[in-house]
Design a protein around this ligand. Structure first.
Ligand SMILES: Nc1ncnc2c1ncn2[C@@H]1O[C@H](COP(=O)(O)OP(=O)(O)OP(=O)(O)O)[C@@H](O)[C@H]1O
Length: 598
């Protein structure tokens, strides 16, 4: 219990820290305004009761009127100040949270948090809740305010008769029932997160315009909508059932309070009849108890909201811890300035997090400095997995990768990534200007037009850019009224140009970056990439890795690695492999025959 309270307090401190960092003055104004509004209502009630007593005893009314005016001023002042600052404060907090989430998630070197279901669920929960966290300070202010208001009501009730203390105890019963309901809701939300995550993914899938063609062609809408209805049921029914039970529990708490209210009024009327209380006291109790009820509702809502907000902050704390632990595991060594010998892979096996199946099995491989190496093999043979390990997205399950003798695990992965460049098969269509979408490949030189043009030339993307209405300044993407729609192959050229922005990478990873480009162009492109790479390789010893399914286009590679079922089946030059008459030779002959038949 104590640990739980300390944990909540820690989360509250983090929330306040976040919001004060985002908007210190606005937060202060919002918190003070909330308290002023909450205290103003009981203050006005107290002033009215005093005024009634003063008038009935023909006593001076100046003090009561002054208190009434002060109460009104506090209320309107608070409302005006809160209205003026609330929206900007929430927007700034949202901006601060977005920044923190981006820094944390992109700072995590690996990708396990996207791949392991329980981590992915937690990430989805954080992304979803972070939108609501911007209201965190407002709920905190509200909670502080209702506590202050309830405190003021309590003091005034006790001033009428000490027994009226009992009413707040009834209020605590209501708070307890509300707390139970809040906790049950939070548990139901967490338990239904997998269904929610799938539903979210499906609804994004059907909204995405580029998926429209497949959805219509295969007539998937009926199946998808049935699946979505099913997921809604899986997600919503447990949540609704908790909501129904919570409503019953909360209603019971409220009934207990209403009975107490009736008894309290009867009790004060008796006190007045016995001459032990004034007419003003009746007015005070009649007006204050509903305020206590409202304050209790306010506290209950506030606690519910706060439970939710603090659960989100707890998730944020988890993410901070996860990112920090991932950071601790980072190597500290600097990558070499140039590769002298190359990359040695020894006894490397790898299973994706949360699975037992080995995607790579006991791979031993030497990637010589300065070489152009091709990875070929069937679907699922392990080519992309090795690319991902070389980029430091995963750690080997067994064995190691040595970069000029230094284990890759000991090298600072962020600095390593700054020394590599990549073009992936599932590249991103950045709907920026063409120049930006390419320049992103090296953010430090994004506005360097010469560098962007050089990258365009290396990717043979000049024809794509020259057809754009404003060249590199053209907005890409059909989501913009002025945006230009590109074909799959054209987007891929832009992505390829992006991978050539880094001037002298130690490792250039091209994982089927040309799958959407016609075979003839791919062949010419790979020849040019290999020629250009060998020029830079003389300076840096950089290695270029090409993954492709088209054997004819990789034949110029210095080394061809053939993958089969997660293992390296063969290695050699094209000549050596065809002479050996093994698996590569068979596949090459098969593809060559198919092309000749065309
Ligand atoms: N994120 C993942 N989680 C679990 N298993 C994965 C994941 N990605 C790939 N795999 C598995 O790892 C194995 C190797 O996949 P990989 O993507 O490396 O093959 P590939 O040779 O690049 O195939 P392709 O030519 O189809 O791109 C496959 O059996 C695949 O099912």
């Amino acid at each position: 219990m104590v640990a739980h309270v300390i944990d909540r307090l820690r989360s509250t401190a983090i929330l306040l820290g976040l919001t004060f960092r985002a908007a210190p003055l606005l937060t202060l104004v919002e918190l003070l305004a909330a308290v002023a509004i909450a205290v103003s209502v009981p203050l006005q009630t107290y002033a009215v009761a005093n005024l009634i007593d003063a008038i009935s005893h023909a006593a001076p009314v100046t003090g009561s009127i002054a208190a009434l005016v002060a109460g009104l001023a506090a209320m309107f002042g608070g409302l005006i100040a809160s209205g003026a600052v609330q929206a900007s404060m929430e927007d700034r907090l949202e901006g601060e949270l977005d920044r923190e989430l981006l820094t944390l998630t992109t700072g995590i070197p690996g990708t396990a948090h996207h791949e392991q279901p329980e981590l992915a669920d937690r990430m989805a929960e954080i992304r979803e809740q972070s939108r609501e966290l911007k209201y965190g300070t407002t709920s905190l202010g509200r909670a502080a305010a209702v506590f202050a208001g309830a405190g003021a009501v309590l003091v005034m009730l006790v001033a009428v008769h000490p027994l009226l203390w009992l009413l707040p105890i009834l209020a605590v019963v209501r708070l307890w029932t509300a707390g139970l309901a809040g906790a049950a809701t939070a548990r139901a939300v967490a338990a239904t997160m997998p269904a929610h995550r799938l539903l979210d993914r499906l609804s994004r899938l059907v909204r995405e315009p580029r998926h429209g063609i497949e959805l219509r062609t295969f007539g998937m809408s009926t199946m998808l909508s049935a699946r979505m209805v099913e997921l809604h049921r899986e997600r919503d029914e447990p949540r609704w059932s908790v909501a129904r039970r919570s409503a019953v529990v909360e209603a019971a708490g409220r009934v207990v309070f209403i009975v107490g209210y009736g008894l309290a009024i009867g009790f004060v009327i008796r006190l007045v009849a016995e001459g032990r209380a004034s007419a003003g006291d009746i007015a005070l109790v009649v007006l204050l108890v509903p305020q206590l009820d409202q304050a209790t509702s306010g506290i209950a809502d506030g606690l519910r909201q706060l439970t939710h907000v603090l659960a989100t902050v707890a998730n944020l704390r988890w993410l901070r811890g996860y990112a920090a632990r991932a950071g601790e595991r980072l190597g500290r060594s600097a990558p070499p300035n140039r590769l002298r010998d190359g990359i040695e892979i020894s006894g490397l096996s790898f299973a994706y997090p949360g699975t037992d199946a080995l995607a790579l099995r006991e791979v031993d491989l030497t990637l010589p400095a300065g070489a152009t190496v091709a990875f070929v093999g069937d679907n699922g043979a392990g080519k992309s997995t090795l690319v991902s390990l070389l980029a430091g997205f995963h750690q080997p399950t067994a064995g190691r990768i040595l970069v000029d003798g230094t284990p890759l695990a000991d090298i600072d992965v962020n600095r390593w990534r700054r020394r590599l460049s990549a073009g992936f098969q599932d590249f991103v269509d950045y709907e920026f200007t063409a120049g930006e979408a390419i320049g992103l490949g090296d953010p430090t030189r994004m506005s360097d037009v010469d560098a962007v043009e050089h990258a365009v030339a290396r990717a043979d993307a000049a024809t794509v850019v020259s057809r754009l209405p404003d060249g590199l300044d053209s907005q890409l993407g059909t989501r913009f009224s002025t945006g230009v729609g590109l074909s799959g192959g054209q987007w891929q050229r832009i992505a390829l140009a992006r991978s050539f922005m880094r001037p002298a990478p130690l490792l250039l990873l091209l994982d089927e970056p040309t799958a959407a480009i016609d075979p003839q162009s791919e062949h010419e492109l790979f020849d040019r990439i290999a020629a250009a790479s060998s020029v830079t390789a003389r300076r840096t010893g950089g290695i270029t890795i090409l993954v492709s399914h088209r054997f004819s286009t990789v034949r110029m590679a210095d080394l061809i690695v053939v993958f089969r079922d997660g293992a390296v089946a063969e290695t050699g030059t094209h000549r050596q492999l065809t002479d050996a008459g093994g698996y590569y030779a068979q596949l090459f002959a098969l593809q060559a025959k198919a092309y000749r038949a065309d």
